[in-house]
Structures are given as structure tokens and as C-alpha cells.
Design a protein around this ligand. Structure first.
Ligand code: SR1
Length: 324
């Protein structure tokens, strides 16, 4: 049963209806992110309805209008691009709906946009790769354009190639499909046939779905000279990194569930009239397989092995902690 919450700056007037509008919902990052959103909204007594636009930006824009017409209290946006969303988002804001976005380039006044500091994510993983190769080697890069986080990661990738002229990209591919990990695995198998032993030293995979596919292909081909450097982390990814002989050595990541929880907390701060920033970059961490124990770990245990990993103190108000 939901109770209205009285807080110092206002009152949550009723059960809060939250629309979570996602450009796509692919893989374990998305599912753990949805869990974080749902868990945090339910802890405040609200309801979440998830809309998955299946990678169709005009469908995503019309979901924003649908949620606005239905009069939800909060719209949370995951991915998408400003060119498709800024007008429907403005219509929502004009109706008084609170909007918090993740992983896009929206700049409408009143919207808080969260990201994972993609420059830092990419640099941490790439720096580990460069140091492990001692600045020299051939790499395969897996990337897809058109998504704000991917474009930002690629900005750093371009800088990386300039910084380490001894590292050469021999192949680059990637696409976001309903079976991204499986499709990546097939494409990586073809690359491994084209570049026999000794011609590839490492793979840089800018999404965990890419890292999963590449790691499975490399392991099945017995190409244990190739290491994978990734971005993102989930329970499934941790299991894969911890498998015997896993090529997936390093990943740079935030906790996707915590991203979802932060996004919700900002929305609730807006609902009660608290001040919120326009942007918030969540700090990522580097996770090297070598710091993990022999026994299996989950995202919840990771703080024991990766200093500072875990729940963030971002966007907490005293009333949320029950200390108001
Ligand atoms: C296609 S975009 C995929 C990325 O979105 C989130 O930012 C995750 O980090 C994932 O890598």
C-alpha cells in the first residue's frame, strides 16, 4: 500500500506514475538498469510502466507523447537522441511532467541528463589495453555509431590511436541488433579466420554485448593470445570474466542498477521541488579479472574487490533515507 510522503520541500501528492521510455532493451545492462529503476520507484511507492521502442526513434518520440497524454508524473528516458526527442520532451515539460534522461544529448531546460562519463569509461579500458601491450600491437575494435554514449567513447578512441601510434586497428565492426552478442560472436569468428594466430593481440569492445560475443568466439577458437578489454558489467559478464581461460581481462563500468536508481531519485527530487542539476556523470571503475577471487562473485559482492564500487551517494535527500 502506498502512503503519501511528506518532505521538507513539499509532499508527494499521490501514487507516482513513472513512464520509462527506452530506445531499446538489449542484454544484461538493460535488464539490470530496469531492475534499478523499478526497485527505487517501488521503494517510494510509485508504479513504473516500461516502453521499449525497439531501436525506432520515431516510436520512442511517440511514446513520450503517449505518456504525456496519459498524464504521468515522471518520464524517464533511456538513450534516444535530441533531434528525435526534444520536441515531445518539451511538450511533457510544458505539462509539468518531470523528465530525467540517461545516455542522450537532450538539453531542454529542466531535464537532468545522466551519463556514465563515457570519456572516462573508454579511456580507462583503453589505457589498460595500451599498458598491457606495452604500446605496440594489433587490435580489433567493436563499436556501433549513432548512440550518444558510443559517439563519446569513439572520441576517446580517436585520441587513443593518436596517443599510442604503435597500436594498429586491423578490423572494426559492430551493430546493435536483437541478438547483439550472438551476431558479434559470428562476426568475430570470421575475423579470427581472416587474421590467424599472431595477427591480433587484443579486442576493444565498447559494449558488454560486444565483449560477450567476442570472448565466446575467441575462447571457442582457442586463441588464448587475444585479450578482450570491454565496457560495462553485469552478473552475467562477471561470470564470463571469471570462467577458466576467459579472454575477457578488463572492463570499465558503473553499476547499471545504480544508474537507474539515481535517475529515479533525481525525478523524485524534482517532484518535491528540490534543486537538481542539468547533468550528472556517474564515475566508472576499472575491473581487472586479476582482482577477482577464484569463487564466483556477483555485482553485489564486487565492492570487496574493487574499491569504491557500490551504491553511490548521488541524488539522495534526507527524506529518502527516512531521516527528514
Ligand atoms: C548501443 S549503446 C550501449 C551502451 O549503452 C549504455 O551506455 C551501456 O554502457 C552500453 O554500453
Amino acid at each position: 500500500e502506498t502512503k503519501p510522503v511528506s518532505v521538507s520541500n513539499g509532499t508527494l501528492p499521490k501514487d507516482i506514475d513513472v513512464a520509462l521510455i527506452m530506445q531499446m532493451s538489449i542484454g544484461t545492462f538493460s535488464s539490470q538498469y530496469i531492475n534499478g529503476v523499478t526497485e527505487q520507484v517501488e521503494s517510494f511507492g510509485g508504479n513504473v510502466k516500461v516502453y521499449n521502442a525497439d531501436n525506432d526513434l520515431s516510436k520512442m518520440a511517440s511514446y513520450v507523447d503517449t505518456a504525456t497524454t496519459q498524464g504521468v508524473d515522471v518520464i524517464l528516458i533511456d538513450h534516444g537522441r535530441a533531434d528525435a526527442l526534444k520536441e515531445p520532451v518539451q511538450r511533457a515539460l510544458d505539462k509539468g511532467i518531470k523528465v530525467v534522461a540517461f545516455d542522450n544529448d537532450l538539453t531542454n531546460d529542466g531535464v537532468t541528463v545522466i551519463d556514465q562519463d563515457d570519456y572516462s569509461l573508454a579511456w580507462r579500458s583503453l589505457k589498460a589495453l595500451a599498458e598491457d601491450l606495452d604500446g605496440e600491437g594489433n587490435i580489433v575494435t567493436i563499436w556501433v555509431g549513432g548512440f550518444t554514449p558510443m559517439e563519446r567513447r569513439h572520441t576517446i578512441y580517436d585520441a587513443f590511436l593518436k596517443r599510442y601510434p604503435g597500436i594498429t586497428e586491423v578490423a572494426k565492426f559492430g551493430s546493435a541488433t536483437n541478438n547483439t552478442a550472438l551476431d558479434t560472436q559470428s562476426q568475430m569468428e570470421a575475423i579470427l579466420k581472416k587474421y590467424p594466430e599472431g595477427e591480433i593481440d587484443a579486442v576493444f569492445a565498447m559494449w558488454d554485448e560486444f565483449a560477450k560475443g567476442a570472448s565466446r568466439a575467441i575462447k571457442q577458437a582457442g586463441r588464448d593470445e587475444i585479450a578482450v578489454y570491454g565496457i560495462d558489467l553485469s552478473d552475467e559478464d562477471l561470470q564470463l570474466m571469471q570462467e577458466d581461460g576467459s579472454p575477457w581481462k578488463v572492463t570499465a563500468a558503473t553499476d547499471p542498477a545504480e544508474i537507474g536508481r539515481i535517475q529515479v531519485r533525481y525525478a523524485y527530487q524534482k517532484l518535491v521541488g528540490e534543486e537538481t542539476p542539468s547533468i550528472h556523470s556517474v564515475d566508472p571503475y576499472l575491473v581487472d579479472r586479476d582482482v577477482l577471487p577464484d569463487e564466483k562473485v556477483t555485482m553485489d559482492d564486487l565492492g570487496q574487490y574493487v574499491p569504491n564500487w557500490g551504491a553511490s551517494d548521488a541524488a539522495w535527500s534526507d527524506w529518502m533515507k527516512g531521516t527528514d
